[in-house]
Design a protein around this ligand. Structure first.
Ligand code: HMG
Ligand code: MG
Length: 286
């Protein structure tokens, strides 16, 4: 019978590793991406072209991009907060870039050192350049339901940030439960508001798993028509500007959950298992 496809976007090399205190060797990062390339993903987020003072772990972004083996059919994506990041992404021949905004003012200040409105202005030249160079641009909204500094975030704030990113030309907007404290009820309310601004086909769910409810939150997203989910092999991660937050939901758990619900993901479980073991061995704390 025909299975409906859900695309899992792999986050571990970027969102997973960005928070690791101990510097992980560039060769190990490259080896992780290369293993992931054989798992069947369509998109892998490899690294970030951000300030190395802010995220020292990813200071080797250019070397990682230069060292990976590119598998045809896989898109290798990077985060680019500004034109400096975009230029570096271009030089590194990234297949896709991502800009990242927030639904909460305090998180925006802590994460990218400016207000939400200012961030949108800084993204404008990046959006223009991505269009000129034909590089697809994804957008993130952080803190769509909960903020580590402000608490509960109104659904309207997530909807507004989504509308701005859509206007800037993002082909897809990934909705981040950055600290992983979202309940299925809150995610449902947030999505109801966001769906007024963008169709389900333009949205992705990006759930951290701090409260262990990410799979339930994915179910809410699937029921509302979303077909793209971000996940991290080995459950790697945390955000440097969201204290206490855990990693993205584990890719293996998501792949199994989707299979049980009758969706195809295109991912090979044996390859995922090998990559997960390698990923877990990279982190200093288990
Ligand atoms: P700033 O200090 O306001 O920027 O930081 P600036 O333009 O004044 O530059 C300051 C210094 O950074 C300068 O260097 C720049 O050259 C350098 P100096 O002159 O002092 O030596 N710089 C850069 N270097 C490399 N690449 C660049 C770059 N830009 C400036 N692109 C900035 C603003 C955005 C740069 C900074 O705040 C930053 O890098 N923040 C990092 C944020 C980050 O990576 N956070 C984690 C990812 S987001 C996330 O995890 C959430 C997500 O997963 C979804 C979710 O879960 O919610 C996506
Ligand atoms: Mg994240």
């Amino acid at each position: 019978s025909h299975q409906e496809h859900v695309s899992i976007v792999e986050m571990a090399p970027r969102d997973g590793l960005q928070n690791e205190k101990q510097f992980i060797a560039t060769a190990d990062k490259i080896a992780l991406v290369d293993m992931l390339s054989d798992c069947g993903y369509e998109r892998i987020e490899v690294t970030s072209f951000v300030s190395e003072k802010w995220v020292p772990q990813l200071a080797d972004a250019a070397d990682v991009m230069a060292g990976i083996r590119r598998k045809p059919g896989v898109r290798y994506a990077v985060l680019t907060p500004n034109m400096k990041g975009f230029e570096a992404a271009l030089t590194a021949k990234a297949d896709e870039i991502a800009i990242f905004a927030a639904a909460s003012e305090s998180f925006s200040q802590h994460n990218i050192n400016c207000s939400i409105a200012e961030s949108i202005d800084r993204f404008r030249p990046v959006a223009q350049a991505s269009r000129e160079h034909g590089i697809p641009m994804r957008g993130y909204v952080s803190c769509v339901v909960e903020c580590p500094y402000e608490g509960t975030v109104p659904p309207a704030n997530a909807a507004k940030a989504t509308a701005w990113l859509r206007e800037l030309g993002c082909y897809e907007i990934s909705l981040g439960d950055t600290i992983g404290r979202g309940t299925p009820e809150a995610i449902g309310r947030m999505l109801a508001a966001v769906l007024d601004e963008a169709p389900a086909a333009m949205l992705a769910g990006h759930f951290h798993d701090t409260s262990g409810r990410a799979l339930e939150n994915i179910d809410v997203a699937l029921d509302l028509g979303l077909r793209v989910v971000d996940a991290s092999i080995g459950g790697l991660g945390g955000c440097p500007y969201a204290p206490g937050a855990k990693g993205n939901v584990d890719t293996m758990a998501v792949a199994r959950h989707l299979a049980a619900r009758g969706f195809s993901t295109g991912l090979a479980e044996d390859k995922l298992r090998q990559a997960a073991a390698f990923a877990r061995a990279l982190r200093s704390e288990p």
